[in-house]
Design a protein around this ligand. Structure first.
Ligand code: GRF
Length: 228
C-alpha cells in the first residue's frame, strides 16, 4: 500500500501517531499544525491502550483512531503486523511515536520512516523500563548535570535506532522529577516538530547509524540547529 517512493518535499506531510498515554506530544503537534508552524496533517492516531487520553485528544481533533492490545497477540511479529496494517490504511508518510511504550518489529518498508522522541540523551537512560518519570528519576539519582531529549528513527530495539536530533537540557540544583520533566518536555516540544519538518523536506539521509542533515534541502534549518 505504501511502498511507493516518497516525493519530497512532502507538503503537508501525513503523520500517523502511535501513543500509549497522556498524548501531550500529540497535543503539541496538533497545536503547531493549527498555528501554521508545522506543515503536517495527523491522519491517524493509534494507541496500545483503550483508555489513553491521547485517543480523546485525537477524537476532539477529528482524527480517526485505532487500538491494538499487545496481550491479544502471541508474538511481537503478529502484533506489529496488525499495528502497521491499521496505520497504513491512512497512508501516512511518516509514523511518529508519541509516548508509545510497546516494542514493535519494524517492517522493512517502514525502515527509517518511524520516529520516536525519548526524554534523555541516548544512549544514557534509555531502553527497556526507561519511560516517563522513571527516566528523570534515574538522571537525578545518578547526579547528572546534563540531560535532554533525543529524536531517533525506530528499529527493533527500544530507543536504539539512528539519532536524528538531540537537545541538551541542564539539571539544576534543587530539581525534582517534575521540574526536570517540565524542562525536558519544553525542549521536546521544539525538537520533534523540527525533526518532522526535516523529514518532510527530504533533508534526512541515513547512512548506517548516521543521520546526515542535508541543509541544501532545508536551508531554513541552519539558524535553528544553532539553538539545538
Ligand atoms: C515524552 O516525554 C516522550 O519523551 C516520551 O513519552 C512522553 C510523551 O508522553 N516518549 P505523552 O505525549 O504526554 O503521552
Amino acid at each position: 500500500m505504501m511502498s511507493q517512493e516518497l516525493q519530497f518535499p512532502l507538503s503537508p506531510i501525513r503523520l500517523g501517531v502511535l501513543l500509549s498515554g497522556r498524548g501531550s506530544t500529540l497535543e503539541n503537534l496538533l497545536a503547531r499544525i493549527r498555528a501554521g508552524q508545522l506543515d503536517a496533517q495527523v491522519v491517524h492516531v493509534h494507541s496500545s491502550r483503550p483508555d489513553a487520553r491521547g485517543l480523546q485528544i485525537a477524537a476532539q481533533a477529528g482524527v480517526p483512531t485505532s487500538v491494538c492490545l499487545r496481550r491479544e497477540f502471541a508474538s511481537v511479529e503478529q502484533f506489529s503486523q496488525q499495528v502497521f496494517s491499521l496505520v497504513e490504511q491512512h497512508q501516512p508518510h511518516l509514523i511518529v511515536m508519541a509516548g508509545y511504550v510497546k516494542l514493535l518489529r519494524i517492517p522493512p518498508r517502514w525502515e527509517n520512516r518511524v520516529m520516536n522522541i525519548h526524554p534523555s540523551l541516548i544512549p544514557a537512560f534509555c531502553g527497556k523500563g526507561y519511560y516517563g518519570h522513571r527516566v528523570h528519576e534515574a538522571v537525578l539519582r545518578y547526579g547528572c548535570k546534563l540531560t535532554g531529549c533525543t529524536v531517533h528513527f525506530v528499529d527493533n530495539q527500544y530507543d536504539h535506532g539512528p539519532i536524528v536530533l538531540q537537545r541538551a537540557v541542564p539539571v539544576l540544583e534543587g530539581d525534582t522529577v517534575e521540574t526536570l520533566a517540565a524542562r525536558v518536555q519544553a525542549a521536546e516540544r521544539e525538537l520533534y516538530p523540527l525533526a518532522i519538518a526535516l523529514f518532510a523536506a527530504g533533508a534526512l539521509e541515513v547512512q548506517g547509524r548516521w543521520v546526515h542533515i542535508r541543509q541544501d534541502r532545508a536551508p531554513w534549518v541552519a539558524q535553528l540547529l544553532d539553538s539545538v
